[in-house]
Design a protein around this ligand. Structure first.
Ligand code: 5RP
Length: 233
């Protein structure tokens, strides 16, 4: 029987969970794939197979999930550097550049990824793209005060910027109480340049382009796992 997307996400998460060692300070991602990873690490922690873990999570929901397993949550004051962060993605290009943020957590996700010595992406193979922007919009987190001023700036970069709303038609708020524009570009030929152009606008807090950040990606498809790595070890 063909594996479902969720089966593939579990396979990738399990492979990443093998990388976790006792004593590590972990960064825990957000989304359905990261949730599998947290549950797998949580089970190993609960059984005593992994000990002395601490973690920083990238969203309130991942905080709650980690807490439900009893994984000790810390903050950057005691752990400014993390050993390993593991998270999902919405798009992955061949250079391991990413679009993230479908789950509205890209700000904390980028903070955690930046603080980590290793940043592993886990995914099913539906997220593979040749050029970023092919499947997913780039989410841009903006302070509410600046939203209407920032939108035309973003559209001037060549996208349609759509305010993310919930099922009740209300603007989605992030864990930092900001709003999100989902910016659909036809394709992103120069992700590094777009990264700078979006980031330089006052009122933008962060965006979902993760350039040169992932150290490796574990991608599951057709029952097979592919590991793409920029790690030297
Ligand atoms: C959340 C994210 C997620 O990691 C990304 O959306 C992938 O989600 P999923 O694992 O559910 O496919 O960036 O902000």
């Amino acid at each position: 029987m063909a594996m479902t997307k969720d089966d593939l996400k579990k396979l990738a998460a399990a492979k990443a969970a093998e990388q976790v060692r006792s004593g590590m300070a972990l960064g825990l991602g957000t989304g359905s794939t990261a949730k599998h990873f947290i549950n797998m690490v949580g089970e190993k922690y609960k059984s005593g197979e992994l000990t002395d873990l601490v973690a920083i999570a990238t969203s309130v929901r991942s905080v709650e999930l980690a807490r439900s397993w009893g994984i000790p949550l810390v903050s950057f004051d005691t752990h400014p550097v993390l050993d390993l962060a593991v998270d999902g993605a919405d798009e992955i290009d061949p250079q391991l550049n990413l679009i993230k943020g479908r789950g509205a957590a890209m700000l904390w996700e980028k903070v955690v990824a930046t603080a980590a010595k290793r940043f592993i992406i886990i995914s099913d193979d539906s997220k593979n793209v040749t050029i970023l922007g092919s499947l997913a919009p780039v989410p841009v987190e903006v302070i509410p005060f600046a939203a209407d001023a920032v939108r035309p700036y973003l559209e001037g970069l060549g996208c349609e910027a759509i305010l993310r709303q919930n099922d009740h038609g209300e603007a989605v708020r992030t864990d930092e109480n900001n709003v999100i524009f989902d910016c659909r570009f036809d394709s992103i030929d120069d992700p590094q340049r777009l990264d700078q152009l979006i980031k330089q606008r006052t009122g933008v807090v962060e965006h979902g382009l993760f350039i040169d950040m992932a150290t490796s990606a574990i991608i599951a498809g057709n029952g097979e796992i592919t590991v793409v790595s920029r790690e030297t070890e």
